[in-house]
Design a protein around this ligand. Structure first.
Ligand code: T5A
Length: 222
């Protein structure tokens, strides 16, 4: 018995948090046991690493430090949360995962993709998401939504060109492996975005639910 790992990706303010709640409602309606989480974070220790990553500071964090912190948080999240949940047949819906590392540290910062791939294998072994939704939006539109919330975090302080590279990396990864990814036009009104997600989830359920369902118990994690 093994659950599925669904990840939701995209630039700042694209609507990941909003739509993950919707995805979890869809899973609940299907009688699928699931847990909800996020990266960086998802456990007490990984949330502390998240604070290190997001808090603006005077000392400039090196790109390699950032990369290793992201994977340190992920190692803990996998050990403490994701792997145990999947092992008992629960699905995990995660706000960002390793595609974010390729997009932000690879595309955004310009770190070598092969170094990221090596760390991915070291930390995750064969584990990869079963489905990744890329919520796609023009960076200016996403950042305008995100900035309504208040002071920008360390990533949100980056220039728009940074988020353009992040977006391009997400889209390139989706185009290279269309079986695993679904691109959603997240610049549309919310009900339109959710209709796109529902259609994609229906297809995914049809392919993947056999053997993954439980008796209908739903657990809400994190
Ligand atoms: N990071 C993370 C890395 O660099 N490498 C990694 O490997 C990982 C895992 C995490 C940061 O860490 C970096 C990337 C990130 O910079 P985060 O908090 O997870 O930060 O990510 P954010 O993108 O900052 O999260 P946000 O909360 O800003 O964005 P969301 O969750 O995408 O957007 P959401 O749902 O909060 O919506 C934003 C606003 O838009 C509205 C919502 O109501 C809300 O007000 N909205 C819409 N409005 C109109 N139309 C729609 N369709 C809308 N959808 C949402």
């Amino acid at each position: 018995m093994s659950g599925c790992l669904i990840t939701v990706e995209g630039i700042e303010g694209v609507g990941k948090t909003t739509n993950i709640n919707w995805i979890c409602e869809c899973l609940g309606r299907q009688g699928i046991a699931y847990r909800q989480s996020r990266e960086p974070g998802g456990t007490a220790l990984a949330e502390e690493i998240r604070q290190l990553l997001l808090t603006p500071r005077e000392e400039q964090m090196s790109d390699m430090t950032e990369l290793l912190l992201v994977f340190a948080a992920r190692a803990q999240h996998l050990h403490q949360f994701i792997v145990p949940a999947l092992a008992v047949g629960e699905w995990v819906v995660c706000d960002r995962f390793t595609d974010a590392t390729y997009a932000y540290q690879g595309g955004g910062r310009g770190l070598d993709m092969s170094v990221i791939a090596a760390l991915e294998t070291l930390v995750q072994k064969e584990l990869r998401p079963d489905l990744t939704l890329i919520l796609d939006i023009e960076p200016a539109q996403g950042l305008a939504r995100a900035r309504q919330r208040g002071a920008p975090d360390r990533f949100e302080q980056e220039a728009i060109s940074f988020f353009t590279r992040v977006r391009q990396t997400y889209l390139a990864r989706a185009q290279a492996a269309p079986d695993r990814y679904m691109i959603v036009d997240a610049g549309r009104p919310l009900d339109d975005v959710q209709a796109q997600i529902s259609a994609g989830l229906e297809q995914f359920f049809a392919r993947h639910t056999a053997g993954s369902r439980t008796s209908g118990e739903v657990s809400h994690g994190a």
